[in-house]
Design a protein around this ligand. Structure first.
Ligand SMILES: CC(C)(COP(=O)(O)OP(=O)(O)OC[C@H]1O[C@@H](n2cnc3c(N)ncnc32)[C@H](O)[C@@H]1OP(=O)(O)O)[C@@H](O)C(=O)NCCC(=O)NCCS
Length: 198
């Protein structure tokens, strides 16, 4: 198999949605959990690729998009952009569900209504990222190379530090972030904030 990392192209957008869904259950395939397969990508992939395509990189396997790393250089500015350009249309399309609806769709829709509000304790780490690789690409060093590609780009544009959030159930990803140079910033409710100084 032939692996390569290349810059994002707009024709990759559907692949971002697909890969996001296939890794959204604490790193496992979440396809069976969602009635609407686009919901999770509306939050965690598409707005980043649309707002900051130069910070999105694609891992291909024999030419097929099979992983991504993407994010924002400035979480505050990204939040402002999302509130203006991204979430209003989606909030109208997906009204808030009833409180007793605990389905994956309902929880994702709540995420759309919450938006990407920056955490005050992460202000010293202005960038943030998301990384997901399909199983065919995992465990061969490509995650590490993707993080290196992303952080090299952040250094080029003068960003001082980057953070990310990972669910506590995703134990494999937690070990990955520790191995590739992230440190724990704090433990949240069900998730951990990791950071890296650049
Ligand atoms: C998590 C993920 C990005 C890691 O990428 P990867 O290509 O599999 O990891 P690499 O092969 O580059 O591994 C880099 C290092 O992390 C370690 N590591 C990676 N996955 C690990 C795991 N599941 N358990 C323990 N260590 C792990 C490797 O042993 C390696 O250590 P070393 O270089 O010191 O020997 C990838 O597996 C993935 O996308 N998983 C599914 C989606 C996901 O969970 N995304 C993160 C959401 S927060």
């Amino acid at each position: 198999m032939n692996f390569a990392i290349r810059p994002y192209h707009p024709s990759d957008l559907c692949s971002l949605y697909r890969i996001c869904l296939r890794t959204a259950d604490s790193g496992q395939d979440a396809t069976a959990l969602f009635r609407d397969p686009e919901l999770i990508g509306h939050i965690y992939t598409a707005p980043y690729a649309v707002a900051e395509p130069d910070l999105c990189f694609i891992l291909t396997v024999d030419g097929a998009p099979s992983g991504y790393v993407l994010g924002t250089r400035d979480s505050n500015a990204f939040h402002v952009w999302c509130e203006r350009e991204w979430f209003p249309v989606l909030r109208a399309r997906y009204p808030l569900p009833p409180d007793d609806d605990d389905s994956a769709d309902a929880n994702a829709i709540r995420g759309i209504h919450e938006g990407h509000t920056p955490h005050p304790d992460l202000a010293a780490y202005p960038a943030h990222l998301h990384i997901d690789l399909l199983p065919v690409a995992q465990g061969q060093g490509w995650g590490r190379r993707m993080i290196e590609t992303f952080t090299m780009r952040l250094r080029e544009i003068g960003v001082p530090a980057v953070h990310l959030g990972v669910g506590k159930r995703n134990t494999g990803a937690i070990q990955f972030y520790e191995r590739v140079g992230f440190h724990r910033i704090f433990d949240g409710d069900g998730w951990i904030a990791f950071g890296m100084l650049l």
